[in-house]
Design a protein around this ligand. Structure first.
Ligand SMILES: [Zn+2]
Length: 364
């Protein structure tokens, strides 16, 4: 088994974490990675949206290594604290292991490739902006620059044995409920309460787990100006997720039908629905040829891969709906998107070793 440079892996991770990179502010981290990738022998280009693409020559079929550049809030001036095999933030910010542990792994793959002259297939590193704000970078990626068809996505929670083979599509919606304002004490008869209207409407909308593949939620509600005013506007926002596109579309249709029925029964209230499918679901069978290689690459590290569904979206949703075969892999990040996020260093190392194994199998 290959001997990795644990210290360099951790040092690179900490340097990445110390570089601020909240969504929309990826300039510093892009520059940091550009110079590192160029030093490692890669050609670096940015597409017109600012996503970073870097190509490393090799023999055979190109493998894509994808990760996102941005991190969530609170994610500035992060301080790392090591306790044994784990890295934490100081509790005031996230750690940023999502997905900077992935970026550190990619850099270490390229370091080992160069240092140990590993005969890798061609590698294309694709690092996207604003993934955390709804896969915006990937949605705007210039796909004419993408060379490979198969690859890995370094993103999210879980350990190195976790490979995502299906993930839900995601529909976002915002509903504006419009009533009529009036003084609540002097002339309540003249008002139409948007709050009451929204309450009645929300009561008809399904919540939670709809079936084994579909979930629905309303997570934000805003409205009202004072207890003495009959409110004229309420906005609520929600989502529907579905791993089955047909069922997802059916659930969206159902939402629209509920709103139409509500409007026909409440003529004095207006409702405006703004909704959009942000990304589509994907699913792979275990017969996928790249999954077979993935399985083989796990053998030397004594892990059995868990091919699992995910409840969230990653850049893989965008790629895979364009015909690519990209599989998100875990790397030891847990409690992501919270100030108690942590990284298990030995798990990050295992993902790195797995990747090296995978790149070697490609060559056989
Ligand atoms: Zn992420």
């Amino acid at each position: 088994m290959i001997k990795i440079n644990r210290q360099r892996l951790i040092e690179n991770f900490i340097a990445l974490v110390k570089t601020n990179s909240t969504s929309g502010n990826e300039k510093d981290i892009s520059n940091f990675l550009k110079s590192n990738l160029e030093n490692l022998g890669g050609k670096v280009t940015f597409d017109s949206y600012g996503n970073l693409l870097s190509f490393f020559e090799g023999k055979g079929e190109t493998i894509i290594l994808n990760c996102h550049l941005d991190t969530v809030h609170p994610g500035e001036n992060i301080r790392t604290i090591q306790k044994g095999d784990r890295l934490f933030s100081d509790g005031k910010t996230i750690l940023g292991a999502d997905a900077k542990a992935g970026l550190a792994i990619i850099l270490e793959i390229l370091n080992l490739r160069k240092e140990k002259k590993i005969n890798c297939p061609p590698l294309q590193i694709i690092l996207t902006k604003e993934e955390e704000s709804g896969l915006i970078g990937a949605r705007n990626l210039d796909f004419s620059l993408v060379k490979g068809k198969y690859g890995l996505v370094f993103d999210g929670d879980f350990g190195p044995d976790n490979i995502t083979i299906y993930a839900p599509g995601y529909y976002f919606f915002e509903c504006s409920v419009l009533g009529k304002a009036a003084h609540a004490g002097m002339e309540p008869e003249k008002g139409v309460s948007a709050i009451l209207g929204a309450a009645k409407l929300i009561n008809k909308i399904p919540f939670g787990r709809i079936d084994s593949e579909t979930t629905q939620n309303i997570g934000i509600i805003q409205g009202g100006d004072g207890t003495n005013i009959i409110s004229n506007k309420v906005i609520f926002k929600g989502e529907i997720r579905g791993r089955n596109k047909t069922k997802l579309l059916k659930q969206i249709k159902k939402l629209k039908f509920i709103i139409e029925k509500f409007l026909s029964e409440n003529k004095n209230i207006k409702v405006k629905l703004n909704g959009q499918i942000i990304f589509d679901p994907y699913a792979f069978s275990l017969k996928n040829k790249f999954l077979k290689k993935i399985q083989l690459a796990y053998e030397p590290i004594g892990l059995k891969p868990k091919f699992l569904p995910s409840g969230g979206g990653t850049d893989a949703n965008i790629f895979n709906n364009k015909g690519f075969n990209l599989f998100p892999i875990g790397f030891g990040a847990y409690n992501t998107h919270t100030t108690s996020e942590y990284l298990i260093l030995s798990e990050m190392e295992k993902t790195l070793i797995f990747c090296i194994n995978l790149l070697k199998i490609k060559r056989r």
